[in-house]
Ligand binder design. Sequence first.
Ligand code: CU
Length: 271
Amino acid sequence: MASTLISLLLSAGTALASTPAAPPVVHVRAMDYSFTAPASIRAGVTTFRLTNAGKELHHLSIVRLPKGKTAADYLAAVQAEGHPPTWATDVGGPNAAIPGATIEATVSLDAGNYALVCFIPSPGNPVPHLMKGMVRPLTVRAPVRTGAMPTADVDIRLSDYAFALSKPLTAGRHVVRVTNDAEQPHEVVMIRLAQGKSITDVSAWVEQGMQGPPPGMALAGMSPISKGRSATFPVLMTAGTYGLICFLPDAKDGKQHDKHGMVQQFDVAAR
Ligand SMILES: [Cu+2]
């Protein structure tokens, strides 16, 4: 009995020494139009795994609220102003999941109050899903758990209004780190384009209310992320044509960032 316990302890010790611990995973389920998620988690580096159990496109945008503000205050501000309040901080999150898909992103969370939200609208209706119930409070508790962010092999740096990749994405698995160098929040939606379609077709399809066959399929990405922050997402690339796009409204003129040129298209060759 004692020897079994000792061998278990030894093998556990070996495992800890040889592989860095993966961040804990928080499972979030999106439906039309609600989230199920834990009410409270520990602070630290955390992977959010989003499963879309609905019939529409959803994402998980994690928003840090300042002291004294609640998720209800955040919703009220969006309803009143028509855009996210400047007092909130965008932390990132998985972006965007087609029906049936599971995608993830890893973010670093300080203790405090957060809101989990979806800004994606329904086909033919520009009202974002958070207005229909896709806003949920999340309490992040101290003390901070120690743990490192996943090691990324490709960086995407965000500016007003461009995506800068540290190197081309190739076929295979990648961990992409997204860092926002700009004053404004930005997002990354990575789309696998349908045959013969371009990222500007995606822009036009969204502008026209996402009706009819989509010119591409959301694969992965990073939900809105504020200045100075980084977060990672994993992605499996196969040969094809892809686009990156940001749909956030501009702080100055309210136009979506894709209309300011925040789109990029690239090909991935077969291995
Ligand atoms: Cu943007």
